[in-house]
Write a protein that binds this ligand. Sequence first.
Ligand code: ZN
Length: 347
Amino acid sequence: MKGAILHGPRDVRFEERADPTIIEPTDAIIRVAATCVCGSDLWSYRGIQSVTEPTPFGHEYCGIVEEIGRAVRTVKPGQFVIGSFFASDNTCPHCLAGYHSSCQHRELVGGAQATLLRVPLADGTLVPTPGVPPDDLIPSLLTLSDVMGTGWFAADAANVKPGATVVVVGDGAVGLLAVLSARQMEAERIIAMSRHPSRQTLARAFGATDIVTERGDDGVARIMELSHGVGADAALECVGTQESMEQAIRSTRPGGSIGYVGVPHGVTLDGHDLFFAHVRLHGGPAPVRRYLPELIALVWNRTIAPGKVFDLVLPLEEVAGGYRAMDERRAIKALLRPQDVKGGAHE
Ligand SMILES: [Zn+2]
């Protein structure tokens, strides 16, 4: 089979790789129906996190189960499934508490930008859809593998409630889907912080009621003005920089909550400032697996359409172009389709 391999900074190649095989009896092999490029892949693509050897890339996936190990019970060949970027057993104390991305047996799922993918702990990790989906649902189902689940966790971690005022910091795919999540959780006012017209348009389509283009002190002042001097009930931090974290904390009212899902790069918090901010902080790698059954149902009955976040669709073999477009911010998120799988059907 073929898949994406990162050789070094800005050097992604679509190359021949060995077909994945069942290694543990709890593994499954799936034939990928769609995959995509993640904002977090760009840290390595840009050389900020360097790869030491040619590395298969991609961690977002959905597709048809091709083969299962002898210990797999709940997942069957032919089913269409979605899983998280962290494999989890769904039985340990952390999974039972809803924190699958801290599973005691968690394993990163890598190399998903390929035609075939090995998924460990298949019973705990993969959730089947009610049937093989129609082609037009596949982009939305794919988002549940990471970005939609992550945006949903940001809103859930920030305790978004009906009637709430919510600030979303970050207008990447996760930020935009955090807007959609806050809307679905019936927030009344959703303020999206964005400077890019195309992203502002999508934020509004997903339910943002206000757009703030200012940042830093001006951004905080604008949030205070919009919330009558009170601050937001919830801030959803979807970037991971010092500036975005401070923006989120300073935009939140006393007693409010911050859900932070941007992977922090160089973020440090001042204990004194945090003490007097009087806010709750909760975040981390999203336990996407916890939300899959609920989010699959919302996509399946067409209540939400998070797949609109994909503004570039390429054949998988053009994966390098997907990275380039996202690196240059010409695309919000690039969807990749293997050519031998059309829609949910496969030979
Ligand atoms: Zn677990």
